[in-house]
Design a protein around this ligand. Structure first.
Ligand code: GLN
Length: 483
């Protein structure tokens, strides 16, 4: 019996091609794991077992005919429930979309399917991506696989759990202010937030349009490189993508890190950073140094304004994007209303989580006449300063290294009644989001039995660089699998 739950994409590809196991066997083993673990861990809202089986049989038939298969062919994946999937319910984690079945696939999903990846199901998450613990949901709350009384992080919490525990080989999530990096760090897998505009967002349910990115979660940066090469790049259906060539990331990123310069931003090591996290990250930096990287102290002076600016810009854009959920076009309609405005009012009050309602109110307020200049415009100016900080730093160094989350996974319920405490979970991930820079979270050790993530940030379209550093680091430190 193979232990498929730790297999890499390349191992699967070799095994399938050499007929050491069949795709049906592989997919069944993954589904079996979902069956065994998910009643405790809640990583999935929907499991698409039948479709997965059918797809697996088709891959086996292709191999039996002696045809070549691609790298992703037959590889089991899962998707945050924010990705539109043709014929499969897509809820964005919210009751307001319960029962919504999209008639089309998101571009990234379509690209993965045509590369042969097998969809196992859709993952739990914070509603529309609003949160950092996956507790702001209309469905079940995913649990941290290392300690089920703790959060998995968010908002792509279910995806991080699925990948870490071997219920999927890789998953797509979304990262608007940290939602791929932070759950990856808290669960112990690798999570990439690419450059804003690297991957098409067509068919990805919008949260904050000037910040949203499609991210990838996997057990190694090599697997991430394979997926990134498949889904990145221009899409006629998404006009926010610049025409930047897509390299074969797997081929280009494995250079040596010797002589590369890594900047350590002092603002990321101040107050609020848990001691255990600081220690692991500092050790990681020493490891990078021992691998031949040149370590330099740098400063990103506007970091401290990042969270405040984000929590104006994000809710403002949220308030616009949530306007389409009127209880009529998608999802359940309040059928006890007396008139149209009551239909809107009741459907939205019942369908949206309180956190979504809070953001709609904050955003609507910040955008209203008289306040626009005071809040939204000011926040946008701060955003420019944050971006300039990064650009200056990348004039001196190749990448930056920092913590992902100020703490390890916290207790369920610990921050859910305190939005400000929850917002601070993303203090170290938000700046790269505001600046549109790519960043990857890689596991760098344990503190109190819980995983810690190292964040490597690069300049725009510098995915190759940050994956190179992540890969060099991974060769040095391997995360254990939760038992
Ligand atoms: N935690 C942040 C928020 O609540 C980021 C979420 C995200 O990246 N989707 O907005």
């Amino acid at each position: 019996m193979h232990n498929f739950s730790t297999f890499s994409i390349q191992q699967i590809h070799k095994g399938l091609s050499a007929k050491r196991f069949s795709c049906v066997e592989l997919v069944e083993a993954y589904l079996q794991r979902v069956h065994e673990l998910d009643s405790k861990l809640n990583a999935f809202i929907t499991v698409t077992a039948e479709d997965a089986h059918e797809k697996a049989r088709a891959v086996d038939a292709k191999i039996a005919r002696g045809e070549q298969i691609g790298l992703l062919e037959g590889v089991p994946m899962s998707l945050k429930d924010l990705f539109c999937t043709k014929g499969v319910q897509t809820t964005a984690g919210s009751k307001i979309l319960e029962g919504f079945v999209p008639p089309y696939d998101a571009t990234s999903v379509a690209r993965l399917k045509s590369a042969g990846a097998v969809l196992l199901g859709k993952n739990t998450e914070d509603e529309f991506g609003h949160g950092a613990s996956s507790e702001n949901t209309g469905f079940s709350v995913p649990r941290n696989p290392w300690d089920t009384s703790r959060v998995a992080g968010g908002s792509s919490g279910g995806s991080a759990v699925a990948v870490t525990t071997g219920m999927a080989v890789f998953a797509l999530g979304t990262d608007t202010g940290g939602s791929v990096r932070q759950p990856a760090a808290l669960c112990g897998c690798v999570g990439l937030k690419p450059t804003y505009g690297r991957i098409s967002r067509y068919g990805v349910i919008a949260m904050a349009s000037s910040l949203d990115t499609v991210g990838i979660l996997a057990r190694s940066s090599q697997d991430i490189a394979v997926v990134l090469s498949t889904i990145a790049g221009k899409d006629p259906l998404d006009s926010t993508l610049p025409d930047v060539a897509v390299p074969d990331y797997l081929a280009v990123f494995k250079k040596s890190v010797r002589g590369m310069k890594v900047g350590i931003p002092e603002e990321y090591f101040g107050e609020g950073l848990e001691d255990g996290v600081r220690k692991r990250v500092e050790e990681a930096v020493r490891t990078l140094e021992s691998l031949g990287m040149i370590v330099k102290q740098v400063s990103l002076p506007h970091t401290k304004y990042g969270v405040a600016a984000y929590y104006i810009i994000c809710p403002s854009e949220v308030s616009a994007n949530m306007a389409r959920y009127d209880g009529i076009k998608y999802g359940p309609t309040a059928n006890d209303a007396r008139d149209l405005s009551e239909v809107y009012f009741r459907s939205r009050s019942r369908g949206f989580h309180p956190e979504v309602q809070r953001r709609i109110m904050i955003g609507t307020y910040a955008l209203s006449t008289g306040y626009y200049d005071a809040y939204y415009l000011k926040a946008q100016k701060i955003r420019t300063l944050v971006k300039q900080d990064f650009e200056e730093a990348f004039g001196e160094v190749d990448v930056l290294a920092a913590p992902v989350s100020p703490t390890v996974a916290f207790q369920l319920g610990e921050k859910s009644q305190d939005p400000l405490a929850m917002y601070m979970s993303d203090v170290f991930t938000i700046p790269a989001s505001l600046a549109g820079m790519p960043a990857v979270s890689v596991p760098c050790g344990m503190s109190d039995g819980l995983p810690v993530g190292l964040q490597i940030i690069g300049p725009q379209f510098g995915e190759e660089r940050i994956l190179t550093v992540a890969n060099a680091f991974e060769n040095f430190w391997k995360t254990p699998t939760p038992s």
